[in-house]
Design a protein around this ligand. Structure first.
Ligand code: GLU
Length: 301
């Protein structure tokens, strides 16, 4: 495996939004946080548009992101990368995992999976939960090679899943470093046989983010704390694909006045609304820090 980025290499951070809505104060905090670290380390700041979900991502939201970030005064390396244009790169990574015998096709629909989970619920030892909900119950893992080949030849839509047991034994024990929470032992097995290529698009968030962070030479992944647990998966994929290992810094999530995570429906928190209301962009960092302080006070920290 490649060594982690050496101490002498320059810091490279990124902001990797999905263009599925308008940016809000929480996004501004993430982007400014990554940008400030890059600038103070005389390093690189990278913008990456994570638009692999055709149902949710829209070009007008990408335009909105670029507009908002420029309004904030951020500068990033051009041209920025769009994940929707990188499917052949993800296909190479999938081929590598497939050659290592770590993938299997999954033909299940959501309802097949739900039915199997409900059935297994009658025998609790068969039903397992992970951080993202019930684990895939392994239906298609049992298929014979000839059955798989037949269904693929019949053009039956299928996803590709990681054989987690095989992947974990191939990779061995892995650790990763989070700047706020310290050294972590990777526990990707918590997630079971995750999808790495979806039926409708031949990649997934986990695969694309891991491949791209390495391809772009990211040394410090900064992102919201909601993505802390999935780092276990990303660390595993780095090991399997022999990619460089960055550090991570998972940041506090901003919440609305009701205490729930900022979302698209929190219109008043969107950068566009703030811009239209005449907010000074230089104030946004301080506003996000004040919001975090308010949250900490409410949480009794
Ligand atoms: N694209 C993801 C999002 O908008 C963030 C991915 C990441 O930072 O790893 O939630």
């Amino acid at each position: 495996m490649n060594a982690s980025a050496t101490a002498s290499s320059k810091i490279a951070t990124r902001f990797a939004p999905s263009p599925s809505g308008l940016l809000h104060l929480g996004h501004a905090y993430s982007a400014l946080f990554a940008h400030r670290l890059a600038v103070s380390g005389e390093g690189r700041f990278i913008l990456r548009i994570e638009d692999i979900d055709p149902g949710r991502c829209k070009p007008e939201f990408e335009d909105g992101i670029v507009e908002d970030l420029a309004w904030l005064g951020l500068e990033w390396e051009e041209p920025f990368l769009r994940q929707s244009e990188r499917l052949p790169i993800y296909a190479d990574a999938l081929a590598q995992l497939d050659t290592a015998g770590l993938l299997y096709p999954c033909f299940c629909t959501r309802s097949d999976i739900a039915a199997e989970i409900a059935r297994a619920g009658a025998a609790p030892h068969l039903s397992h939960h992970g951080p993202d909900g019930p684990l895939y119950p392994g239906i298609c893992k049992q298929l014979s090679a000839s059955e798989r080949a037949r269904r693929i030849a019949d053009n039956e839509p299928h996803a590709l899943r990681l054989d987690m047991d095989a992947a974990v034994s191939a990779a061995g024990t892995l650790t990763w470093h989070d700047r706020t929470r310290g050294e972590q032992t990777a526990q990707p097995e918590l997630f079971g046989d995750i999808v790495l290529a979806r039926k409708e698009v031949a990649t997934s968030y986990h695969l694309a983010v891991t491949v791209d962070d390495a391809a772009q030479g990211i040394t410090l992944v900064t992102r919201g704390d909601d993505l802390f647990a999935v780092t276990h998966i990303h660390r595993l994929l780095q090991a399997l694909l022999n990619l460089d290992v960055p550090e991570w810094h998972h940041t506090v999530l901003l919440v609305n006045n009701k205490g729930s995570r900022l979302a698209k429906r929190d219109k008043a928190f969107t950068l566009r609304a703030m811009r239209e209301a005449g907010t000074d962009p230089e104030e946004i960092w301080a506003m996000s820090i004040r919001q975090i302080a308010r949250q900490a006070a409410t949480d009794g920290i």
